[in-house]
Design a binder for this molecule. Structure first.
Ligand SMILES: *Cc1c(COP(=O)(O)O)cnc(C)c1O
Length: 387
């Protein structure tokens, strides 16, 4: 059996895989089993922020590998504290809990919010308001937080205590807050899986006002938009927000699994010994990799992200077969006349990898993609959409 047949026989069939086997890569170019090369505008869904095989990242990971790969959270380790300090200093948040994925980062956010609300307002204030077309993960609780009915259907009962307000509808949000005893509001500044929908700036400002007025925790899911992708270190920084909880993962470690939940001033003493934990969370190899990526997301790189973003938007807007471009930074959604599936397949044929997001073509290139490769890939996308 070949790899495709073995996969279909032995791997749980939870993914619509494309007919493509990746065997190696470098930077923003990946190669399939036949030696065909592709410019990668997907980065493993916003994970390989510095591309594949980034030398400084690899060295940081190997150096730690040569010391030790894992211990338990019963002992102190240097990479974990260095990364936590770096994240706190760059955000003004006070404490970090490390896990292994975006869903787990949100699980921690939800546990922390519920405990804070129980400690300060009473245990009945356990409801978390999230938004329609949001995405917060695949565990039973983060699925409950995800405001997409079609994903809920076959997994009832989900964790109770979530209500969904209409995205970009402040009146509806205010109503949901008034009708429930609410701990906090959880949202993505740009909804990724839900279709690369940027929240309106006024709506985001409205969330901030409501949180302040009603004493609600502002919980920002930065799993996809965070770690430089928005053109700022975290997406919320584009809107001048001061969140109470920030969850992140995907691009944090540039390719190894690491989740982080950042807790602000109010919540710095909420999670106490024994209230939460993770065997792998804060793994030294992952933390060493993340120190390498986060320390290099500086103003110069962020400016580059914003320039590349502007280039993509300008190039695509108004072209034949392209209906519009949404999103921010290097997290962009392209609405096309052809179906997204058709565009994705045609791009792959021509050597460019792009993603889907609720019917849009989603672009999540490496922050460091060379301009020449980006231009080449965008030209192919334009050609495909207009053909
Ligand atoms: C991908 C994603 C998640 C889930 O992350 P996993 O690492 O797959 O668990 C949560 N929130 C957002 C916004 C995401 O994009």
């Amino acid at each position: 059996m070949n790899v495709k047949e073995l996969d279909q026989t032995y791997v749980a069939n939870t993914y619509h895989r494309f007919p493509l086997q990746i065997v190696r890569g470098k930077g923003s170019v990946v190669e399939d089993e036949n030696g065909k090369q592709y410019i990668d505008l997907g980065t493993g869904i916003g994970v390989n922020n510095f591309g594949i095989g980034d030398e400084a990242w690899k060295q940081a990971v190997i150096d730690q590998m040569n010391k030790f790969q894992h211990t338990s959270n019963l002992y102190y380790t240097e990479p974990c504290v260095t990364l936590a300090r770096m994240l706190c200093e760059r955000t003004g948040m006070k404490k970090v809990f490390f896990s292994n994925s975006g869903a787990e980062a949100n699980e921690c956010a939800i546990k922390a919010a519920r405990k804070y609300a129980a400690d300060h307002k009473g245990p009945e204030y356990h409801t978390i308001v999230t938004l329609t077309s949001s995405f917060h993960g695949r565990t039973i609780t983060t699925l409950a937080a995800t405001g997409q009915d079609e994903l809920h259907q076959q997994f009832q009962p989900l964790t109770p205590g979530f209500v969904y307000a209409k995205t970009n509808d402040l009146k509806d949000l205010e109503q949901k807050v008034a009708e429930n005893k609410v701990a906090g509001i959880l949202f993505e500044c740009v909804q990724g899986e839900g279709g690369v929908n940027a929240l309106d700036a006024e709506f985001i400002a409205g969330i901030a006002d409501l949180c302040a007025k009603e004493d609600l925790l502002m919980m920002v899911d930065e799993v996809q938009l965070g770690n430089g992708r928005s053109g700022q270190l975290y997406g919320y920084m584009n809107f001048g927000l001061k969140p109470d909880i920030v969850s992140t993962a995907k691009g944090l470690c540039g390719g190894l699994p690491l989740g982080a939940t950042l807790l602000g001033e109010k919540l710095q003493d909420t999670l106490t010994a024994g209230t939460h934990g993770s065997t792998f969370g804060g793994n030294p190899i992952c933390c060493a990799g993340a120190i390498s990526t986060i320390s290099r997301i500086d103003e110069k790189l962020l400016a580059e992200v914003r320039e590349k973003s502007a280039y993509i938007k300008e190039t695509l807007t108004g072209k034949k077969g392209i209906l519009g471009v949404s999103g921010m930074g290097l997290m962009l959604g392209v609405a096309t006349e052809k179906s997204a599936a058709e565009v994705i397949a045609a791009c792959m044929e021509k050597g460019v990898l792009v993603l889907n997001a609720h019917g849009k073509v989603r672009l999540l290139p490496a922050l460091t993609i060379p301009m020449e490769q980006l231009k080449q890939a965008i030209d192919i996308l334009v050609e495909v959409c207009g053909a």
